[in-house]
Ligand binder design. Structure first.
Ligand code: AG3
Length: 320
């Protein structure tokens, strides 16, 4: 008898194990991951909460992480370490090509990626397509970078379904950045081969897609499901990693995918040296080093879950 047989395919069924889910307990915001572990942030208050047509939004205040945004009770970013995530998602692809001009961001309503992309002088247009306008409006009120970024003349904000948008803009973008939530519920579509094939289609010759792809340690089961989907649509797919302390396990991964460019084919060291002056995390050495992957991450990229033994044991304990 295979006790895990009843567990549906995580990505296709949209039922991921484990899922992150947060709640407030006294002074603590607690995010529980698949009933296996918890991340806790001491909060000093809740600044905002609302339900948009798409999701629940909340903004908390904390002394140590600053303000943070949650969507459907999952931490999207904290002021303390959002720069790590956004810099890595944006500067790695942009510094990997000579003159990036047109950039597309799918998701990213908080304008963190937008802010970073606008740092590149060759960039003429950044289109941000988030389905939920309320994310941008709420972030505009609580986070200082949003106003300047969305008012930049090179920024174009579209509030619509990213999947539909990429279906209609073939060959228009040098870089496409997927700044999504976790692969649960409505976001699952942003992790499937159909979507990636459409993204590949929006890229210009030599174009690059980057995407957030969960934790290589705690989310290895997710990575092992995501990367084969990506490889179905792109010739070159690899991952790079970094440290985002407020995400589950703290170690995080992003995908680098292209049909005709590999990570180290080109690196604009001069531009990186300029950009890194305004960065919290990104620099030339990090750019190169981030592609060095531990063996368990290589395994996940190949579609295997290196921690399957623990995950299965936990599923048996919690799901039965
Ligand atoms: N995107 C969400 C990354 C996933 C975080 N997952 C989690 N905490 N379980 C962040 C959007 C920021 N622009």
């Amino acid at each position: 008898v295979n006790p895990t047989a009843a567990i549906p395919d995580p990505l296709i069924e949209g039922k991921i194990w484990p899922t992150s889910r947060g709640f407030v307990d006294g002074d603590w915001y607690i995010e529980e991951d698949g009933s296996a572990s918890r991340l806790a942030i001491r909060v000093t208050g809740k600044l905002h909460e609302e339900r948009s047509p798409f999701q629940k939004l909340a903004v908390f205040e904390s002394s140590c992480f600053g303000r943070f945004l949650t969507l459907d009770d999952v931490v999207m970013f904290t002021e303390r370490d959002e720069a790590v995530y956004h810099e890595m998602l944006v500067h790695v692809p942009l510094c990997s090509m000579p003159e990036p001009r047109n950039v597309l961001i799918i998701g990213g309503g908080d304008a963190g990626c937008l802010r970073e992309a606008l740092k590149h002088r060759s960039v003429q247009k950044v289109v941000q397509v988030d389905i939920d306008e309320r994310v941008t409006r709420v972030c505009q009120k609580f986070f200082p970078w949003v106003g300047p970024a969305i008012n930049d003349p090179r920024a174009e904000l579209i509030f619509a379904d990213g999947v539909e948008y990429v279906s209609k803009h073939a060959g228009e973008f040098d870089v496409v950045i997927i700044d999504s939530t976790d692969p649960v519920g409505p976001a699952v579509g942003l992790f499937l081969r159909d979507f990636y094939a459409r993204v590949a289609n929006t890229l210009s010759e030599g174009g690059i897609m980057t995407a957030q792809t969960e934790s290589p340690s705690w989310g290895a089961h997710l990575m092992s499901a995501i990367y084969p989907e990506m490889r179905a649509a792109f010739a070159e797919v690899t991952a790079y990693i970094g440290c985002v302390p407020s995400y589950p396990s703290g170690s995080w991964s992003w995908a680098f995918a292209s049909n005709n460019r590999k990570p180290h084919d080109f690196f604009d060291a001069e531009r990186a040296a300029l950009i890194e002056k305004s960065c919290q995390y990104y620099n030339s050495a990090i750019h190169r080093a981030a592609f060095a992957l531990p063996n368990h991450a290589r395994q996940a990229l190949a579609g295997e879950n290196p921690f399957e033994h623990y995950d299965r044991r936990h599923r048996q304990t919690v799901c039965s």
